[in-house]
Ligand binder design. Structure first.
Ligand code: 13P
Ligand code: SF4
Length: 325
């Protein structure tokens, strides 16, 4: 909180930040990419809004851009840098991390691989560049099924770092995999008990959930999908009411795309207060980025993502494999 106030205080309060950011975008030949979990203002200034897969693709598509400003978390900006090493990639707050990315450090994965050389490593995009460099395949929640499905059935797989997404894939594809014990601090704290209470209060509502949620929540869901898939479902399904079990930032775009539908954020359980979140389905890392920090990052081209060229090259291999599917 203090850090957010410090940044806000270092910005001239008379500036119209929306105008300034537009001006700097042109001056810097910058493209702003934003994830659906960002604050509404940051979603609105973005040139491209999307899920992890769409944003990775978008980073490459804008050939004319010299700078990518990533309104998201560190692993997303790093992915953009791996895919576009010639571009300057800036992240408004360098501390915007991810509990999943923290859960599987590259040295631990390397040690595991040494003990299990026969396994193919499939890594969720929510991971560091160093962990990606140790992996055979990268996937996102949009394409995880496709990625795992094309690996021969008799090939043992270690799926890292999300045990919930991994367990969902095991059930969906009827395909055993070893699962790394990582989890998203936001998605794993939805409360099954409270969701069931909500469902009996709103029997006409459909429960939709991100596969990073625990099995206890997913087993009640009418639809499970990535952020992009959840948006599409709400837009196209005939129901008029939805209980949404993912980060609440998505509700901004959902309301725009389906203005007549009733959207209810799924409730958290009390554990949420103990793991550093606000207990209101918000990712504390995603919410570190602010309009002031976006302005400063574009003005100063900092904080910047820099990667060792050899690491960048190794991390690119499994990412390219995914994108070529
Ligand atoms: P997707 O946008 O790929 O669904 O990922 C959700 C997420 O948790 C990003 O951090
Ligand atoms: Fe990581 Fe979860 Fe936050 Fe996404 S919502 S950035 S997976 S902690």
């Amino acid at each position: 909180m203090t850090a957010i106030m410090d940044v806000a205080q270092s910005v001239d309060p008379t500036l119209d930040l929306f105008d300034e950011i537009e001006r700097l975008k042109h001056e810097r030949k910058a493209v702003v990419l934003a994830h659906y979990y960002q604050e509404p203002d940051l979603q609105d200034i973005a040139d491209r809004l999307g899920d992890s897969l769409a944003l990775a693709k978008a980073a490459r598509e804008r050939k004319d851009a010299e700078v990518i400003l990533f309104c998201g978390v560190h692993f997303m900006a790093e992915t953009a840098k791996i895919l576009c090493p010639e571009k300057t990639v800036v992240l408004p707050d360098f501390d915007a991390g991810c509990s999943l990315s923290d859960a599987c450090p590259a040295d631990k994965l390397r040690a595991w691989k040494a003990q299990h050389p026969e396994h193919v490593i499939v890594t969720y995009i929510n991971s560091t560049a160093a962990t990606k460099a140790e992996s055979d395949w990268i996937c996102t929640s949009s394409n995880a099924r496709e990625v795992v499905s094309q690996i021969p059935k008799d090939q043992p797989i270690m799926f890292t770092p999300d045990r919930n997404l991994g367990a969902w894939l095991v059930r969906e594809l009827d395909r055993p995999m070893d699962l790394w014990p990582g989890a998203c601090m936001v998605h794993e704290t939805f409360s099954e008990r409270k969701i069931l209470a909500f469902r009996s209060e709103h029997p006409d509502a459909k429960l939709i959930a991100h596969p990073e949620c625990e099995q206890e929540v997913l087993r009640h869901a009418d639809f499970i999908g990535s952020t992009a898939a959840l948006l599409h479902f709400v837009e196209t399904d005939e129901s008029s009411k939805f209980i949404v079990a993912t980060e609440t930032g998505i509700l901004h775009e959902m309301k725009k795309r389906a203005p007549t539908k009733v959207l209810i954020a799924a409730p958290f359980d009390e554990r949420a207060h103990d793991n550093g979140t606000c207990g209101c389905s918000e990712c504390p890392y995603m919410k570190l980025n602010t309009l002031e920090k976006v302005y400063l990052a574009l003005r100063d081209l900092s904080p910047r993502i820099d990667l060792d060229p050899e690491l960048q090259r190794r991390a690119l291999v499994p990412l390219e494999r995914m994108l070529s599917l």
